[in-house]
Design a protein around this ligand. Sequence first.
Ligand SMILES: [Fe+2]
Length: 460
Amino acid sequence: MKSTKKLKIWGIITLLILLILWVKWDNWFYNPKEPIYQTDSSPSRILITCSGDFLTSRDITWQSDPDSHQGGVQLIDLSKPSDTTIINTDGKIIKTSGGSSAYFKINLKNLIPGSTYKYRVTNKSIFSQWAEFTIAQKNDQAYSFIYLGDVQDSINGHSSELFQKAFESQKEAAFIMFIGDMIERPHDAFWGEWFKAGGNRFRTTPILATPGNHEYYKGITQKLDERWTAHFSFPNNGPENFLGRAYYWDYQNTRFISIDTNGIQSIPSALEQRKWLKKVLETNHQKWTIVLMHHPLYSTSRGHDYVYLRTLFKSLFDRYKVDLVLAGHDHAYGRASSIPNSANSSKQGPIYIVAHASPKVYDIDFSNKMDKLASNTATYQLLHVTKDSINLSAFTAKGEYFDGFKLQKDSSGAKKVTIYTTKSDAKYLGPTKRFLQKNSKKELEKYDLEMQQWISKKSR
Ligand SMILES: [Fe+2]
């Protein structure tokens, strides 16, 4: 009798697992076939980044057709235009199911702070256009950067309009930071779309990024698209199994730390990143600490919760007084700026931001943890860092100021947050098109009630 009952229970469990697998199969395991592509023989997708000291080095990466075995960078210091440096390198062929390309990476060292350089790249005697970049002076006073969340544009999409607005608003940015999911899926065409949207700015302002789940192939064990490591050249100071994905860099008075949240696929991978993060925070003597992670600790989306990330990282963020945590993934805007520091409840905890720059939008969750929310709203963020403060300003894709704050820290480490925001109302909080299509009138009324309650709580 007992064994029949057991058998029934196991039957129900098996059925449930099969049902979940059936519903989630595409989400978790299906990689659509990559369309056939061909890469041009002239150098393309040229990008500037930095894998070393920001005040003395830069890295240039680009691609060409698979028959381009060698490529080079011609570099000129504009203060000594007669001195031309030529650096050559061998290409690395990356073959995917849609085709293959040669990828090139060159590290420019011993650059002089305060100098402006121009460069061009070459394959098979075909030269790219010239591009210029300037190396900053050591200056603990002030600098700016741009932070962009998930892009995931469609082919011939509109992300270039939002990029241009952001780029125009911050012409002097020290770098442009992407929080993962720059592409919809690991296909050549989507990489092409992202580079097209970035245009020439990707050749002149260093790009820094943390990987998202869309740069990974789906599967039981997810694998990062090899083009990620080919296009980017980030500091090699991460944990052994996450090199070029989890890393940190110091710029002026700030330590920036990228955590590869999608790389956390097992307990050992989680512990490896946590152990590394602890060391990076322990040895940090910079005034400011900013963390980049694709999946957020505090979600803006319905049905999303990242308890495992809070379990892994929150105590470290609090103990080592991280100032700002920049995230994406949830395709909505969110600011959680009043979460206490659990290591010392009298202190201000990190400010958590979730943002996206995508045509895709998710339904928001009216969580009390969030102090600002927006659905249906792609944004770009401009940050300005000084020796005393960090200012963040979020703008909608139309260029309208939407949200922001000033975080101040005195010499004792005491922080003060001043919020500069717009009125929270139904204009930015309404349900997505998908929610309206999928839900009953009753569900919609419930949504409206939650929204009104959240607005009234947050307006107090
Ligand atoms: Fe994502």
